[in-house]
Design a binder for this molecule. Structure first.
Ligand SMILES: *Cc1c(COP(=O)(O)O)cnc(C)c1O
Length: 390
């Protein structure tokens, strides 16, 4: 039995996978079990922020594995304290709760929003509704599926969690018409990732924050995909000059080890009290050791401006490419609209030709490692240009 047959006989078939078995990877390159090499412009959906098996990251992780691999949240670890301090200081938040995924980070944010209103306005106020944006994506748990404003995600698993209202992105009148005194929070992605790398308008974001501040409605920024340096700032919200009350992170936060984080500001940092939330593995020291290596790199002198510069380089090259209609996104989060509208086909052909790319709705999506070199960008783009031209 080959690996793929073995795999499919025992793992639930919930993903549409390509016939590639990854074996040995390093930097921006992945090798499959047949020794074929791929340049990875997807970095595991933006998780391997420092690329595959970065030396310093791997050393930090291995050292942690050999000291304390896990301890329950009945006790403390220095590694978690270090990361929490670095993250809160760099992001400008008061404190953080650690989980293990983006969906969990969002569950935490949703609990904070509802308890904030419960504590302040009382249960009878029924101030528990959360407005999210149509075409967004917030995760795969029952509640985060509910939060995801796409009908295709609201099937099979009834009953879904109540209390979510969907507003059209970049339509301030639609948002205003949906705000009433039952709303406790608005949850947004500054750039819809899975939804097609769609950037929110600055004017819309400004007005949304103004209205929410006026009505004591919390803003939750889902930065699971956009956070941790992806857009050329630590948080994408910085590109808009705003700060949500709660920001969630995951994907690239620990460089390819599962971790989710929910950051809270002055207003929301004391909402969750002893016994109101928890996670067995949340804040696991191995994940925190990886995350420390990631944040040390991201916050090092000049790193984020390099992410922006590489993003600009990508954009220029892509816009000059035959068959490319438009390019969206920020920094190293890039959506490519193709003239032939054949993103899925291009993605499959790229794999045949040794380049890994992602799709998002009708676009080709790139989330390369933040550490990618210009040389590797050129190598990958040459393959992409050939595939698109075919
Ligand atoms: C990926 C993603 C999630 C879900 O993260 P998981 O780690 O898969 O639970 C949530 N929100 C956004 C914006 C994402 O991109």
């Amino acid at each position: 039995m080959n690996t793929i047959e073995q795999f499919n006989s025992h793992v639930m078939q919930t993903y549409g996978r390509f016939d590639v078995v990854m074996e040995k990877c390093g930097g921006v390159t992945a090798h499959d079990e047949n020794g074929k090499e791929y340049i990875d412009f997807g970095s595991g959906i933006g998780t391997n922020s420092l690329g595959y098996c970065d030396e310093k990251w791997a050393d930090a992780v291995c050292a942690q594995v050999r000291s304390v691999q896990h301890t329950s949240n009945y006790y403390y670890t220095k590694t978690q304290a270090d990361f929490a301090e670095k993250l809160c200081n760099a992001a400008g938040y008061k404190n953080v709760f650690f989980g293990n995924s983006g969906a969990e980070a969002n569950e935490c944010a949703i609990k904070i929003a509802r308890k904030y209103s419960f504590d302040k306005y009382g249960r009878d106020a029924k101030r528990y509704n959360i407005i999210t944006l149509k075409n967004g994506f917030h995760g795969r748990t029952i509640t985060t599926l509910s939060a995801t404003g796409q009908d295709s995600f609201h099937n099979y698993f009834f009953p879904f969690t109540e209390g979510f209202i969907y507003a059209e992105a970049n339509n301030i009148d639609d948002l205003k018409s949906k705000i009433d005194d039952t709303v406790c929070a608005v949850m947004i992605e500054f750039i819809q990732g899975e939804g097609g790398v769609n950037v929110l308008d600055k004017a819309y974001v400004d007005e949304l924050f103004r209205i929410c501040a006026e009505k004591d409605i919390l803003v939750i920024g889902d930065e699971v995909q956009t956070g941790m340096g992806r857009t050329g700032k630590l948080l994408a919200s910085e590109n808009f000059g705003v700060k949500p009350n709660v920001t969630t992170l995951a994907k690239g936060i620990a460089g390819g080890i599962p971790m989710g984080a929910c950051l809270a500001d002055e207003k929301t940092c004391n909402v969750l009290t002893r016994g109101t939330h928890g996670s067995t593995f949340g804040g696991n020291p191995i994940a925190c050791a990886g995350a420390n290596a990631v944040i040390d790199r991201i916050t090092s002198e000049g790193f984020l401006s390099e992410v922006s510069a590489k993003g600009e380089y990508f954009r220029e090259k892509l816009l000059a490419m035959d068959g490319v209609k438009s390019v969206s996104g920020m920094g190293l989060m890039i959506g490519i609209e193709l003239e032939k509208d054949n993103a899925a086909e291009v993605c499959a052909k790229c794999i045949d030709n040794g380049l890994l790319v992602l799709t998002a709705k009708t676009k080709v999506r790139l989330l390369p490692p933040l550490t990618i070199s210009y040389e590797d960008i050129d190598r990958g783009l040459a393959i992409l240009a050939n595939v698109i031209a075919e």
